[in-house]
Design a protein. Structure first.
Length: 273
């Protein structure tokens, strides 16, 4: 089967290989995905019907974390595994507080990078990098990063809903540590990560779906996730269920009734001492 290739799809994209980034776009109600992405995403939703709500909750954590960092004086951000642009992008949120905030978005999906670049056309102080976040040296030495970010000053590193796509053999804790070492004291890290703590059998079924995607997913325990942020001083409330990480009191009722077991994900923001 050969899917129809839209005019906006970069020629190097294999549109028959489901992409984790484009599946996530589908969960969020986006349109920059292909039939192969939608088919596998729908299979995942049959296993985890709450996934569209979970995806929106992850985006909400991103926005809350960016606001927190900007209010703490952070005016430059490195968004790793940034995905396909949606409303409330990092530069938009940060600039509500720090008008001169600079942002670099990094993703290994060509569609995500192409649409990020289009979104940023004419936007000063923001750029997109096509790179795999696991290739830390490649990311940190990229010319866009060098042009926009001053790593001799504190930076906010964002790893939202991406570390569960870094396999054990790729050493996710080591990846986080490499970025920590590349930043100066006063920098921050924000993460969210799927957990198997509440529904281990469901987690195994969910992982099985993603064996057909561009990146496999690994649901992990709280202890395993905590090990990834070693070396950071976690701000209150620490590593916690993601809907409990500094919830916005202006938000309406929780669509899942505040049931953290249905979200099955943790969040944390840490300060580099």
């Amino acid at each position: 089967m050969t899917d129809h290739r839209p005019a906006w799809a970069p020629s190097e994209v294999d549109i028959e290989q489901p992409s984790a980034a484009r599946m996530y776009d589908f969960y969020l109600g986006g349109s920059h995905n292909f039939p192969s992405d939608r088919a596998l995403a729908e299979q995942y939703i049959r296993v985890l019907p709450d996934m569209p709500v979970i995806a929106r909750a992850q985006r909400a954590v991103l926005q809350r974390a960016v606001r927190f960092m900007a209010e703490a004086g952070i005016d430059q951000f490195l968004d790793l595994g940034s995905g396909i642009p949606t409303a409330g992008a990092v530069h938009e949120i940060a600039r509500e507080i720090e008008p001169g905030a600079r942002v670099v978005y990094v993703d290994c999906d060509p569609v995500a990078v192409a649409h990020t670049a289009a979104l940023l056309d004419g936007v000063e102080g923001a750029g997109a990098v096509y790179a795999d976040l696991r290739a830390t040296a490649s990311v940190l030495n990229d010319s866009v990063v060098g042009e926009l970010l001053d790593l001799t000053r504190p930076v906010g590193v964002l790893m939202i809903a991406v570390l569960h796509f870094v396999a054990d053999q790729d050493d996710p804790a080591g990846v986080v540590e490499a970025y920590r070492q590349a930043t100066v004291p006063g920098s921050y890290l924000a993460i969210t990560h799927a957990t198997s703590d509440y529904h281990p059998e469901l987690a195994r079924k969910a992982e099985a779906v993603y064996t057909r995607a561009s990146h496999q997913i690994s649901y992990r325990s709280r202890d395993e996730i905590a090990a990834m942020v070693a070396g950071y001083e976690l701000v209150e409330p620490g590593l916690t269920d993601m809907i409990r990480w500094r919830p916005d009191p202006r938000s309406g009722p929780d669509p899942l009734g505040g049931d953290v077991t249905r979200y099955s994900g943790y969040a944390a923001v840490g300060l580099r001492p």
